[in-house]
Design a protein around this ligand. Structure first.
Ligand SMILES: Cc1cc2nc3c(=O)[nH]c(=O)nc-3n(C[C@H](O)[C@H](O)[C@H](O)COP(=O)(O)OP(=O)(O)OC[C@H]3O[C@@H](n4cnc5c(N)ncnc54)[C@H](O)[C@@H]3O)c2cc1C
Length: 462
């Protein structure tokens, strides 16, 4: 059965040939498992630092076939997580990393320009909004933390301005983070793949890794071959939940997206012409943006919860969940009731307990590294992740390999089946709570208490 591809991949793939699978035995200095943003940024960075290093990327599907070719294309910084980063890492290290995530946005744009990648990079900012009274000022701890440092990261907008920019009456308040950008996500990852190939990275697509030894060298087994490498980087996103060492580090949930017909005239009518990407402040966040050809892509995280490592076709497309997302879209944009939904798709999110990525040495080994847990904010931060993983893989002692994200303490999820059952109970409570709040009703005490057990989200909310 053909794989269901996102709108973005459908736009980006024609005319491109898949790389051949690995067949037989091969050798490399560094093996990278996973050909999404994380694996490819790491590969590109290694080649930049040490052009002679022999890097091989092993990808189960095609590069970008995972979350990198399916996401909403919001390139955000780590500012929304600054308070919890400051608490965990200390203020100066949190600020250093957050600033790196801020520079990453411009560097991604520069990478596209320099390499003639048309990924529709648009730096028009991110509107963080409230769509119910409970959500009002959800951003306050984040915004005031940046203001206390004397930094103008967020612009406080009047409710009228938020309504005007977003083109929707449901937005009651909000702030704008100016650094954020949008990209056509698949065009970016496919462009990265082309550049990596040109710079000598060897890429094998259609090459599922079935296991690897935990020694030195690492012997990576694939369906039809075997790769022996001195060092390995695991950049498998949600699929890393299948590795015993990482199985309790992340929980896999779905994020589901729908896209409309191109409607540039209607966008002009409602006034959403500035290119801002928008989120509300729900735990099960709604995220939405316009595209270069005047569509709206509208997504929501958290409808689906995966049992263990069972990431199946339901995480490529699910009509029931797409229908629920459409319901939110119609509620947020009632004047677009007649607009046709032309595409829907979804993908897995590798959620950590605290919403920050996990980067480190697998089981403490000095030659096997991992970078997972992007928790729905990986488009921008994966650029920083690539730098950290490259420095680790090259054995460098520098600002990246020594940063506070590496080998940090983590809270684990419970083992299955408790994670799945508990996740369902908490998700149902979050849905009940957010439905009540969306209608300006008080949620039940039980729903509120259970919802507090949900792992931390995309932002540190009040
Ligand atoms: C629907 C959706 C919307 C999102 N929206 C946003 C957004 O707007 N902004 C944002 O910042 N983030 C968003 N995200 C998250 C973002 O897409 C990810 O954080 C980011 O793509 C992670 O990059 P990655 O390289 O780790 O993952 P991936 O792109 O998933 O790459 C991992 C790769 O590993 C491969 N792989 C897995 N197992 C194996 C194996 N055994 N052998 C070989 N290869 C293997 C997979 O096929 C995959 O290609 C979204 C995610 C989804 C699913």
């Amino acid at each position: 059965m053909a794989v269901h591809r996102s709108l973005w991949l459908q736009e980006s793939l024609p005319g491109q040939m898949d790389a051949p699978p690995l067949v037989g035995r091969a050798r490399a200095d560094v093996a990278i498992i996973g050909g999404g943003y994380v694996g490819l940024w790491a590969a590109l960075r290694i080649k930049q630092l040490e052009p002679g290093c022999d890097v091989v990327v092993l990808e189960r599907d095609i590069c970008g076939g995972g979350a990198s070719g399916r996401n909403g294309g919001f390139a955000l910084t780590w500012w929304p997580k600054f308070p919890s980063m400051a608490k965990a890492f200390g203020e100066s290290e949190a600020l250093r990393l957050t600033k790196a995530s801020q520079s990453a946005i411009g560097e991604i744009g520069g990478f596209c320009t320099d390499n003639h990648i048309d990924a529709a990079f648009t730096q028009a900012g991110w509107l963080w909004t409230a769509t119910s009274s409970v959500q009002m000022n959800a951003w306050e701890s984040v915004v005031s933390a940046s203001e206390k440092l004397g930094l103008e990261v967020f612009q406080r907008l009047t409710p009228v301005e938020v309504g005007r920019r977003s083109g929707s009456p449901v937005h009651r308040a909000g702030v704008l983070e100016r650094q954020a950008a949008t990209v056509q996500p698949a065009a970016l990852v496919r462009g990265m793949r082309e550049v990596a190939l040109r710079r000598g990275v060897r890429i094998y697509e259609g090459t599922q890794v079935t296991g690897f030894t935990r020694g030195r060298p690492v012997v990576v087994t694939t369906r039809q071959g075997e790769l022996t490498a001195d060092r390995a980087v695991i950049a498998m996103n949600a699929w890393a939940v299948g590795l015993p060492e990482l199985s309790r580090s992340i929980a896999v949930i779905s994020s589901d997206i729908i896209a409309t017909d191109p409607i540039p005239d209607r966008l002009a009518q409602i006034g959403w012409t500035g290119g801002e990407c928008i989120t509300d402040s729900q735990m099960m966040v709604c995220y939405y943006r316009t595209t270069y050809d005047g569509r709206i892509a509208f997504g929501k995280g958290g409808w689906g919860i995966v049992y263990g490592d069972h990431i199946g076709p339901d995480l490529d497309r699910n009509a029931d969940r797409a229908h629920l997302v459409e319901g939110d879209f119609r509620r947020y944009y009632p004047s677009l009731v007649d607009v046709k939904i032309t595409h829907d798709w979804c993908g897995p999110i590798d959620r950590t307990m605290d919403g920050l990525p996990l980067i480190g040495r697998l089981g403490g080994r000095e030659n096997i590294f991992y970078g997972i847990g992007w928790s729905g904010n990986g488009v921008g931060p994966s650029f920083v992740g690539g730098r950290i993983l490259a420095s680790l893989a090259l054995g460098r002692t520098d600002e990246w390999s020594q940063c506070a994200l590496v080998d940090r303490a983590q809270r684990l999820f419970p083992p299955e089946p408790i994670r799945f059952i508990g996740g369902q109970v908490v998700r149902e409570a979050v849905i009940r709570k957010e439905r009540a709040e969306g209608a300006d009703r008080r949620a039940s005490w039980l729903a509120v208490q259970l919802a507090k057990l949900a792992p931390s989200g995309l932002e540190d909310k009040e």
